[in-house]
Design a protein around this ligand. Structure first.
Ligand code: DX5
Ligand code: ZN
Length: 230
Protein backbone atom coordinates (compact mmCIF):
# COMPACT_ATOMS: atom_id res chain seq x y z
CA UNK A 1 0.00 0.00 0.00
CA UNK A 2 1.29 3.45 -0.73
CA UNK A 3 0.12 7.00 -0.60
CA UNK A 4 0.43 7.21 -4.36
CA UNK A 5 -2.41 4.69 -4.60
CA UNK A 6 -4.61 6.41 -2.01
CA UNK A 7 -4.28 10.02 -2.90
CA UNK A 8 -3.77 11.03 -6.48
CA UNK A 9 -5.30 14.45 -5.92
CA UNK A 10 -5.21 17.27 -3.43
CA UNK A 11 -6.85 16.04 -0.24
CA UNK A 12 -8.35 17.73 2.79
CA UNK A 13 -7.78 15.41 5.74
CA UNK A 14 -10.06 15.86 8.76
CA UNK A 15 -7.99 15.72 11.96
CA UNK A 16 -9.82 13.41 14.33
CA UNK A 17 -8.16 15.01 17.36
CA UNK A 18 -10.60 17.94 17.01
CA UNK A 19 -13.69 15.74 16.79
CA UNK A 20 -16.47 15.25 19.32
CA UNK A 21 -15.31 11.93 20.76
CA UNK A 22 -18.73 11.19 22.24
CA UNK A 23 -19.99 10.89 18.64
CA UNK A 24 -16.84 9.83 16.83
CA UNK A 25 -18.28 7.15 14.57
CA UNK A 26 -21.16 9.37 13.47
CA UNK A 27 -18.81 12.28 12.77
CA UNK A 28 -16.52 10.13 10.65
CA UNK A 29 -19.51 8.78 8.76
CA UNK A 30 -20.73 12.28 8.05
CA UNK A 31 -17.33 13.29 6.70
CA UNK A 32 -17.07 10.16 4.61
CA UNK A 33 -20.44 11.08 3.11
CA UNK A 34 -19.04 14.57 2.44
CA UNK A 35 -16.16 13.05 0.46
CA UNK A 36 -13.32 12.67 2.96
CA UNK A 37 -11.03 9.79 2.02
CA UNK A 38 -8.11 10.18 4.39
CA UNK A 39 -8.50 10.83 8.12
CA UNK A 40 -5.62 12.27 10.14
CA UNK A 41 -5.06 10.64 13.54
CA UNK A 42 -2.84 12.40 16.11
CA UNK A 43 -1.01 10.29 18.66
CA UNK A 44 0.60 12.38 21.44
CA UNK A 45 2.61 10.85 24.29
CA UNK A 46 2.78 13.61 26.90
CA UNK A 47 6.52 13.80 26.26
CA UNK A 48 7.34 14.85 22.70
CA UNK A 49 4.26 17.02 23.06
CA UNK A 50 2.80 17.90 26.46
CA UNK A 51 -0.58 16.43 25.57
CA UNK A 52 -1.61 12.80 25.79
CA UNK A 53 -4.04 12.35 22.94
CA UNK A 54 -5.40 9.19 21.31
CA UNK A 55 -3.73 5.93 20.42
CA UNK A 56 -4.03 2.43 19.00
CA UNK A 57 -7.17 1.43 20.92
CA UNK A 58 -9.03 4.23 19.17
CA UNK A 59 -7.48 3.24 15.83
CA UNK A 60 -8.81 -0.27 16.46
CA UNK A 61 -12.28 1.09 17.22
CA UNK A 62 -12.60 3.12 14.03
CA UNK A 63 -10.49 1.26 11.46
CA UNK A 64 -13.30 -1.22 10.66
CA UNK A 65 -15.39 1.80 9.65
CA UNK A 66 -12.72 3.55 7.59
CA UNK A 67 -11.53 0.32 5.97
CA UNK A 68 -15.12 -0.52 5.12
CA UNK A 69 -15.41 2.75 3.21
CA UNK A 70 -12.04 2.30 1.50
CA UNK A 71 -10.83 5.34 3.47
CA UNK A 72 -7.44 5.61 5.20
CA UNK A 73 -6.15 6.40 8.67
CA UNK A 74 -3.05 8.57 8.48
CA UNK A 75 -1.36 8.41 11.89
CA UNK A 76 0.77 11.35 12.98
CA UNK A 77 3.01 10.17 15.79
CA UNK A 78 3.82 13.13 18.04
CA UNK A 79 5.83 10.85 20.28
CA UNK A 80 9.44 10.54 21.41
CA UNK A 81 9.94 6.91 20.42
CA UNK A 82 7.81 6.49 17.32
CA UNK A 83 9.16 3.16 16.12
CA UNK A 84 8.02 1.49 19.33
CA UNK A 85 4.44 2.08 18.23
CA UNK A 86 4.51 1.14 14.55
CA UNK A 87 3.47 -2.43 15.15
CA UNK A 88 0.56 -1.53 17.43
CA UNK A 89 -0.69 0.99 14.87
CA UNK A 90 -0.46 -1.59 12.09
CA UNK A 91 -2.24 -4.24 14.14
CA UNK A 92 -5.00 -1.79 15.07
CA UNK A 93 -5.69 -1.10 11.40
CA UNK A 94 -3.80 2.16 10.84
CA UNK A 95 -2.68 2.72 7.27
CA UNK A 96 0.35 4.95 7.67
CA UNK A 97 2.70 6.35 10.28
CA UNK A 98 4.39 9.74 10.20
CA UNK A 99 7.25 10.16 12.65
CA UNK A 100 9.08 13.37 13.60
CA UNK A 101 12.58 13.92 12.29
CA UNK A 102 13.52 15.62 15.59
CA UNK A 103 13.37 12.25 17.36
CA UNK A 104 14.51 9.95 14.60
CA UNK A 105 18.16 8.97 14.68
CA UNK A 106 17.88 6.42 11.91
CA UNK A 107 15.09 7.53 9.60
CA UNK A 108 16.00 5.02 6.88
CA UNK A 109 15.56 2.21 9.37
CA UNK A 110 12.23 3.64 10.56
CA UNK A 111 11.00 3.92 6.97
CA UNK A 112 12.01 0.33 6.24
CA UNK A 113 10.33 -0.80 9.47
CA UNK A 114 7.05 0.87 8.55
CA UNK A 115 7.20 -0.65 5.07
CA UNK A 116 7.82 -4.11 6.52
CA UNK A 117 4.52 -3.75 8.39
CA UNK A 118 2.64 -2.74 5.25
CA UNK A 119 2.29 0.87 6.38
CA UNK A 120 2.65 4.06 4.38
CA UNK A 121 5.24 6.34 5.94
CA UNK A 122 5.94 10.03 6.38
CA UNK A 123 8.50 12.32 8.00
CA UNK A 124 7.28 15.34 10.00
CA UNK A 125 9.14 18.49 10.96
CA UNK A 126 8.41 21.13 13.57
CA UNK A 127 8.43 24.86 12.79
CA UNK A 128 12.00 25.37 14.09
CA UNK A 129 13.52 22.37 12.34
CA UNK A 130 15.58 23.08 9.21
CA UNK A 131 13.77 21.87 6.11
CA UNK A 132 17.02 20.23 4.97
CA UNK A 133 16.79 17.80 7.90
CA UNK A 134 13.43 16.55 6.67
CA UNK A 135 14.54 16.36 3.05
CA UNK A 136 17.56 14.27 4.03
CA UNK A 137 15.41 11.96 6.17
CA UNK A 138 12.62 11.53 3.64
CA UNK A 139 14.43 9.27 1.18
CA UNK A 140 11.96 6.47 0.49
CA UNK A 141 9.05 8.08 2.37
CA UNK A 142 5.60 8.76 0.93
CA UNK A 143 5.19 12.21 2.41
CA UNK A 144 6.72 15.02 4.38
CA UNK A 145 4.55 16.73 6.97
CA UNK A 146 5.35 20.41 7.48
CA UNK A 147 3.96 21.60 10.80
CA UNK A 148 2.43 25.07 10.59
CA UNK A 149 1.87 25.23 14.36
CA UNK A 150 3.75 23.85 17.32
CA UNK A 151 2.31 20.36 17.58
CA UNK A 152 0.15 19.48 20.56
CA UNK A 153 -3.40 20.59 20.10
CA UNK A 154 -6.01 21.77 17.63
CA UNK A 155 -7.25 25.33 17.23
CA UNK A 156 -3.96 27.22 17.01
CA UNK A 157 -3.26 29.91 14.41
CA UNK A 158 -1.37 29.09 11.20
CA UNK A 159 2.23 30.34 11.36
CA UNK A 160 2.79 32.43 8.19
CA UNK A 161 6.47 31.37 8.01
CA UNK A 162 5.21 27.92 7.06
CA UNK A 163 4.45 29.11 3.53
CA UNK A 164 8.11 29.68 2.74
CA UNK A 165 9.02 26.35 4.33
CA UNK A 166 6.42 24.54 2.25
CA UNK A 167 7.76 26.15 -0.93
CA UNK A 168 11.33 25.19 -0.04
CA UNK A 169 10.31 21.63 0.74
CA UNK A 170 8.38 21.32 -2.51
CA UNK A 171 11.39 22.56 -4.42
CA UNK A 172 13.78 20.13 -2.73
CA UNK A 173 11.66 16.98 -2.60
CA UNK A 174 11.09 14.55 -5.47
CA UNK A 175 7.72 15.04 -7.14
CA UNK A 176 6.51 11.63 -5.92
CA UNK A 177 6.81 12.68 -2.27
CA UNK A 178 3.56 14.27 -1.11
CA UNK A 179 3.71 17.42 0.97
CA UNK A 180 1.36 17.64 3.91
CA UNK A 181 0.64 20.70 6.03
CA UNK A 182 -0.82 20.46 9.53
CA UNK A 183 -1.98 23.26 11.79
CA UNK A 184 -4.27 26.24 11.40
CA UNK A 185 -5.64 25.24 8.00
CA UNK A 186 -8.98 26.96 7.45
CA UNK A 187 -10.84 28.92 4.77
CA UNK A 188 -8.36 31.80 5.12
CA UNK A 189 -5.13 29.76 4.94
CA UNK A 190 -5.85 26.64 2.85
CA UNK A 191 -5.41 28.20 -0.55
CA UNK A 192 -2.10 29.86 0.37
CA UNK A 193 -0.76 26.55 1.68
CA UNK A 194 -1.88 24.85 -1.51
CA UNK A 195 -0.32 27.56 -3.68
CA UNK A 196 2.95 27.18 -1.79
CA UNK A 197 3.02 23.51 -2.75
CA UNK A 198 1.12 21.46 -0.15
CA UNK A 199 -1.20 18.82 -1.54
CA UNK A 200 -2.39 17.08 1.64
CA UNK A 201 -4.01 19.59 3.98
CA UNK A 202 -4.92 18.55 7.50
CA UNK A 203 -7.79 20.45 9.11
CA UNK A 204 -9.06 19.89 12.64
CA UNK A 205 -10.90 22.81 14.21
CA UNK A 206 -11.94 24.30 10.86
CA UNK A 207 -13.99 21.15 10.23
CA UNK A 208 -15.02 19.66 13.56
CA UNK A 209 -15.60 22.89 15.48
CA UNK A 210 -17.94 24.23 12.82
CA UNK A 211 -21.72 23.86 12.96
CA UNK A 212 -21.69 21.71 9.83
CA UNK A 213 -18.48 19.65 9.54
CA UNK A 214 -19.49 18.11 6.20
CA UNK A 215 -20.08 21.52 4.63
CA UNK A 216 -16.85 22.86 6.16
CA UNK A 217 -14.93 19.97 4.58
CA UNK A 218 -16.56 20.54 1.20
CA UNK A 219 -15.81 24.26 1.38
CA UNK A 220 -12.11 23.59 1.98
CA UNK A 221 -12.03 21.11 -0.90
CA UNK A 222 -13.55 23.77 -3.16
CA UNK A 223 -11.04 26.36 -2.00
CA UNK A 224 -8.01 24.23 -2.78
CA UNK A 225 -9.25 22.79 -6.04
CA UNK A 226 -10.83 25.81 -7.73
CA UNK A 227 -8.63 27.31 -10.45
CA UNK A 228 -6.36 30.15 -9.38
CA UNK A 229 -7.77 33.62 -9.96
CA UNK A 230 -5.63 36.07 -11.87
C1 DX5 B 1 -1.92 19.18 16.53
C2 DX5 B 1 -2.19 18.16 15.49
C3 DX5 B 1 -3.08 18.63 14.41
C4 DX5 B 1 -4.35 19.30 14.88
C5 DX5 B 1 -4.73 20.27 13.81
O1 DX5 B 1 -0.68 19.08 17.02
O2 DX5 B 1 -1.02 17.63 14.90
O3 DX5 B 1 -3.36 17.62 13.46
O4 DX5 B 1 -5.42 18.43 15.17
O5 DX5 B 1 -5.77 21.04 14.26
P1 DX5 B 1 -6.11 22.46 13.60
O6 DX5 B 1 -6.45 22.22 12.16
O7 DX5 B 1 -7.25 22.97 14.41
O8 DX5 B 1 -4.88 23.32 13.72
ZN1 ZN C 1 -1.38 16.18 13.23
Amino acid sequence: MSWAEWADAVEIEPSIYASDFSRLGAQLELLHAAGAKIFHFDVGDGHFVPEITIGPVVVAAISPLTRGWGARLDCHLMVSEPEKHFEAIAQAGGDSVTFHVEVSHEPARAIAHARSLGLGVGVALNPETPVEDAVAAADGADLVLCMSIHPGYSGQAFMPDALDRIARLREALPAAVRLQVDGGINAETARAARNAGADLLVAGSAIFWSDDPGAAHARLVDLVTEPARA
